[in-house]
Write a new protein. Structure first.
Length: 264
């Protein structure tokens, strides 16, 4: 039975038990998708990131992400966690690159005491999603949507976002979309919560990919290129968001909680 290096990292957290948990596993070659999915289900984190050296030379590593239920096209917090593991192992390096199957090439780099991950901006347009609105628990001021499955629901204030108690099983039946609820924040510029029950994550703790949507959404509204964000989940997490061309740079600290070996 193979044994591989394994890390449990809390991303967008400066101490254990906050931010969003990610498993990070470094492999020599790809096992079957069934094995990767079984490990994702075993870990029960929102995502487990799997890394294999990129033999193509296009990037440093190939990167894939699995929730307990499925493989996904983009994950920000587990990419940041992967960069944290690799840059901790190689403290002389300033950045690390990843080639992904559906999200292109991603980069994690040092930004002072924290890290930042560059994600492709995900644009959304005004739209209607009455089936989802009926399940959120309160009517939003606006609905914005992406054909990639990202949905933004704008509320008046942070209290409204925190008070939501959506019908998660109803949202699950709508597919593996992200349901992002957001508003101006009290202690940060922007606050959000993110629900992905169709992808095996009822409420995500801190979601980098959602902020690849919110970065473009909020920089236009705020009239500036950067803002502070807080994801108001039970664990919670702070993010620094800025736009640069067609990239959303999402920054925050990471902390390793467990380092060991995984046998499968």
């Amino acid at each position: 039975m193979p044994t591989v290096d394994y890390w449990h990292v809390d991303a967008f957290a400066d101490q254990p038990f906050g931010g969003n948990q990610a498993g990070v596993m470094i492999l020599d070659t790809w096992p079957t998708d069934e094995v990767l999915q079984a490990i994702g289900a075993e870990n029960l984190f929102a995502e487990t990131a799997f890394l294999v050296p990129d033999a193509s030379g296009a990037a440093d590593w190939e990167l894939r992400w699995f929730t307990p239920a499925c493989e996904i096209r983009l994950c920000g917090h587990a990419t940041l966690a992967s960069g944290h593991v690799l840059l901790t192992r190689e403290p002389q390096r300033e950045a690390v690159t990843f080639r992904t199957r559906k999200a292109g090439q991603l980069i994690v780099r040092r930004d002072g005491e924290r890290l930042e991950v560059g994600l492709p901006l995900i644009p959304v347009k005004p739209g209607q999603f009455p089936e989802a609105v009926a399940l959120l628990g309160a009517e939003p001021m606006e609905t914005w949507r992406s054909p990639l499955g990202y949905n933004v629901f704008l509320y008046a204030d942070e209290a409204a976002v925190r008070a939501l108690s959506p019908d998660l099983r109803g949202l699950e039946a709508l597919g593996d979309d992200q349901f992002i609820v957001t508003a101006p924040g009290r202690d940060s510029d922007v606050v959000s919560r993110v629900f992905v029950p169709g992808g095996g994550v009822d409420e995500d703790s801190v979601t980098g990919s959602a902020h690849a949507v919110l970065t473009g959404f909020w920089t236009r509204r705020l009239g500036r290129e950067s803002f502070s964000a807080y994801q108001a989940s039970t664990r919670g997490g702070h993010l620094a968001c800025r736009i640069d061309g067609d990239l959303a740079w999402i920054g925050g600290p990471c902390v390793t909680v467990v380092e060991g070996r995984f046998t499968f």
